[in-house]
Each structure stands twice: as structure tokens, then as C-alpha cells.
Design a protein around this ligand. Structure first.
Ligand code: SF4
Ligand code: SF4
Length: 240
């Protein structure tokens, strides 16, 4: 449980710092900057998410995402398991046209592109004027309302524009079969108590996955809540 305390503290600090970091996760600024031939901070951050996820999967979502911190706080009000099958599609309907626009604008700008990591920030801080505050509260409202309506991590399942980058990284990892961080289990030790399933913030059917001997799932955020709650300690995190 010590690991979960550290994880929750990290993700909460990330949410507290969200007024500083907001523009580095902005789906809008990346486009606005590209129209001016600029590679903004969010372009670099999203690119790093894709690359690092080839090895580390969705660790960012489980341990560092500010929206994750807010959604875990929202479980105080709604801790229901999320029923997200329809919501998943919305996420990709938003993501594909948006990423296509990014690729197109990058290709159009080509050699004229220059990097400005702190684009539209004030000394690197995102929220420095009233407009920034409005954007901040709008994003916080969106994340919160989806978590309250759809249950645990409702925003991650429905509209998160960052998750598909990491799922693309996981897809690449599966194609090239490179070493990566993932959960491993020993199904024969399972007593079918369902505790792991109950604790999963992504509402995955963990016990079923354990019984199949493979807990790898594109929606797993490697938070280790299942591993830390399992009374038989048969779920472990491995890099291999
Ligand atoms: S399966 Fe385990 S590690 Fe993955 S999201 Fe669920 S609780 Fe976290
Ligand atoms: S918590 Fe452990 S023992 Fe219980 S169902 Fe999950 S894997 Fe099996």
C-alpha cells in the first residue's frame, strides 16, 4: 500500500501544478502554433508520450497525469466502475482528425518549423491572465463532469486526447515485440476473490485477465492498484 500512497501523492501534486502545466497538454495550442510554423511545448510533450509508452506503456496516466489526479479525487463522489464501451469511440473520432491536422500542418511547414517550448506561456507558466483562468476551469469542469457521469476515470475513457498517443506506442511495442513494463501473474494462485477487479481505477475485469494468464490491456495504466490489493500477491510489475 506504500506504493499506492506514493502514486496518489504524485498524481495529486501533478493536479495541483496543473495551472502551470496546462498549456503543455493543450490540443488547441499545438494547432495554433503550427499555423505560425512553431513547434509548441504540447507538440514535444505528446511526442514524448508516444515514444516513452513503447517501453513504459501508460505509466504517465497512472502516476503523473493531472487529469488522473482530479479524477481520482472525483471518486469521493462517484466511485462506480465505468461502463465505457461507447465512450471509447468518441475519443478516436476526436483524435484522428486532430492528429491528421497536426501531421498535415507539420508537413506544410517543413523546414520553416522552429521550436518554442514555452509558446503562449509567461515565463513557462500557463495560467497568467484571466483568459487562462477561464480555459483552466473549463478543462477542470470537463474532466470532473465526465468522471462524475461515467464513473471512475470517465474522462480517460471518453475524450482524453493524450491516451491515444500512448495506445499508439503500445501498438508499436506489440508490433516490434520490444521489452516493456507490464503486469505478470500466476493464475494458479488466484482464489477468485475479485479484489483486484474492485480496485482497478480503469474498471478492467482484472480477475478474468488473471485467469487467462495475461493482464496486458491497452487501457491498463500500470497503477498497480490490483497488484497491491491482491491478498495472494500473484500480480507483479515487470520490465521484460
Ligand atoms: S489492471 Fe491493475 S495496473 Fe492496470 S489499471 Fe487496473 S489496477 Fe491499474
Ligand atoms: S485479488 Fe488476487 S487472488 Fe483475488 S481475484 Fe484478483 S488475482 Fe485472484
Amino acid at each position: 500500500m506504500k506504493r499506492q500512497s506514493i502514486r496518489k501523492a504524485l498524481i495529486l501534486v501533478s493536479f495541483i501544478l496543473f495551472p502551470v502545466t496546462l498549456y503543455y497538454f493543450s490540443p488547441y495550442l499545438i494547432i495554433e502554433a503550427l499555423l505560425q510554423n512553431v513547434i509548441a511545448g504540447s507538440f514535444i510533450v505528446f511526442g514524448l508520450m508516444l515514444l516513452t509508452s513503447i517501453v513504459f506503456g501508460r505509466v504517465f496516466c497512472g502516476w503523473l497525469c493531472p487529469a488522473g489526479g482530479l479524477q481520482e479525487a472525483a471518486t469521493i463522489i462517484n466511485d462506480k466502475r465505468s461502463k465505457f464501451n461507447k465512450g471509447k469511440l468518441i475519443k478516436y473520432l476526436i483524435w484522428f482528425p486532430w492528429v491528421s491536422a497536426i501531421v498535415f500542418l507539420s508537413w506544410m511547414a517543413k523546414v520553416r518549423l522552429r521550436i518554442d517550448f514555452f509558446y503562449q506561456t509567461w515565463y513557462g507558466i500557463s495560467i497568467s491572465d484571466p483568459y487562462g483562468f477561464i480555459v483552466y476551469f473549463a478543462v477542470v469542469f470537463l474532466v470532473m463532469i465526465l468522471a462524475l457521469i461515467y464513473g471512475r476515470r470517465g474522462f480517460c475513457h471518453t475524450v482524453c486526447w493524450m491516451a491515444p498517443f500512448m495506445q499508439a506506442g503500445q501498438w508499436i511495442q506489440r508490433k516490434i515485440r520490444s521489452p516493456h513494463l507490464h503486469l505478470v501473474t500466476e493464475p494458479s494462485g488466484c482464489i477468485s476473490c475479485q479484489v483486484c477487479t474492485k480496485h482497478c481505477p480503469m474498471s478492467l475485469p482484472v480477475m478474468e485477465l488473471v485467469s487467462k494468464g495475461n493482464i496486458e490491456d491497452m487501457d491498463c495504466i500500470l497503477c498497480c492498484a490490483c497488484a497491491d490489493s491482491c491478498p495472494k500477491k500473484i500480480i507483479t510489475l515487470k520490465l521484460k
